[in-house]
Design a binder for this molecule. Structure first.
Ligand code: ADP
Length: 324
């Protein structure tokens, strides 16, 4: 594999604030690399350093050259904050951006790619938030880039629009486009990325393929029981602790779920719902960059990857969002 992008010991401070504290990274040709991390971790600054749109110490090489000298026809960039003129239509905006390049894609084809054919003649200000973001994504595609940077491409896009953008990005990746994206959506990172880099306080604290990260840092499977039962009153051979309205039993293999149900019955404890969940990338994120106390709060809400373990008043969470 040839590296499309190589960054070594990239550092950037804004006054006293250290935004990037020595980031080294290599992204191969055709790879999809997702940067995740809390607000303020340095993701946008890193994207800017990698695209040569901010000064940084260390070295960055894109297609073997300083990113500032790379032919801009080869790079597409969707910045996080991108505010095009409101009184231009989606088509006019993409036509404008296409006009900045010697060779550009057919604007109608780009509009179709981002799902805007029907609204192409609507003023930008009258498009929904998701349609506006898709217009912005389209503007990064007009030059048919070999390397595409997308800073939070799907923020504000509804689930259907998000999935169609995922399909589009997967098609681009399959066609050989190298993609570096930032996202707060762990399902998005897991689905799209060959490798995920977790940035915290300006450092890459973990980089690997999503499944390997989950295996290493995701923790155990959990059985979440909505009950007010006291774990000490139950005859359980698995570690259990209370979290809000739930009892969280760790490391229960699926075949032992019945043992937990039996222990609840033996103690005369009633429960409203029972959900078994496997660790996912969100657990990795919370383990490496999250704050204490958030870890189980979301369990009761029912995540996509959770599975109904029994029929007992547990609603199935439906198709798994994180599944491929
Ligand atoms: P993220 O994209 O992960 O939210 P950023 O790269 O935007 O993180 O920010 C990293 C840190 O650098 C934050 O503390 C932020 O406040 C600071 N920072 C980013 N851009 C600027 C700037 N132009 N001026 C001053 N501080 C900045």
């Amino acid at each position: 594999m040839t590296a499309t992008l190589v960054a070594e010991d990239v550092r950037r401070a804004y006054g006293e604030t250290v935004a990037l504290d020595g980031v080294s990274l290599s992204v191969d040709a055709g790879e999809v690399f997702a940067l995740v991390g809390p607000n303020g971790a340095g993701k946008t600054t890193l994207v800017r350093a990698l695209t040569g749109t901010t000064d940084a110490d260390g070295s960055v090489s894109v297609f073997g050259a300083d990113p500032r000298t790379v032919d801009r026809e080869r790079i597409g960039l969707l910045p996080q904050a991108f505010d095009p003129p409101a009184r231009l239509t989606a088509r006019e905006l993409l036509t404008y951006y296409a006009g900045l390049y010697d060779e550009a894609r057919d604007v109608d084809a780009v509009l179709a790619d981002v799902g805007l054919s029907d609204d192409a003649d609507t003023w930008y200000e009258d498009l929904s938030g998701g349609q506006q973001r898709r217009t912005c994504v389209g503007s990064a595609l007009v030059n048919d880039p070999d390397l595409l940077f997308l800073d939070e491409p799907t923020t504000g896009i509804d689930p259907a629009g998000r999935r169609s953008l995922w399909d589009l990005l997967e098609d681009l990746a399959a066609g050989g486009t190298t993609i570096v994206l930032t996202t707060h959506d762990m399902a998005e990172a897991h689905r799209l990325a060959d490798r995920v880099g977790l940035l915290a306080d300006g450092r890459l604290v973990a980089v690997d393929d999503p499944d390997a990260l989950v295996a290493e840092f995701g923790g155990e499977s959990r059985l979440i029981v909505e009950t007010d039962a006291d774990p000490d009153a139950l005859d359980l051979e698995y570690p259990a602790e209370r979290a809000g309205d739930s009892l969280v039993v760790s490391d229960v293999p699926p075949e032992a779920i019945g043992d937990v149900v039996d222990a609840l019955a033996a103690a005369g404890a009633s429960y409203d719902a029972l959900t078994w969940s496997e660790p996912d990338l969100e657990d990795v994120y919370l383990e490496l960059a999250g704050t204490d106390g958030t870890r189980y709060d979301r369990e009761g809400a029912g995540r996509g990857r959770e599975r109904a373990a029994t029929a007992a008043s547990t609603e199935d969470a439906g198709p798994a969002e994180g599944d491929r």
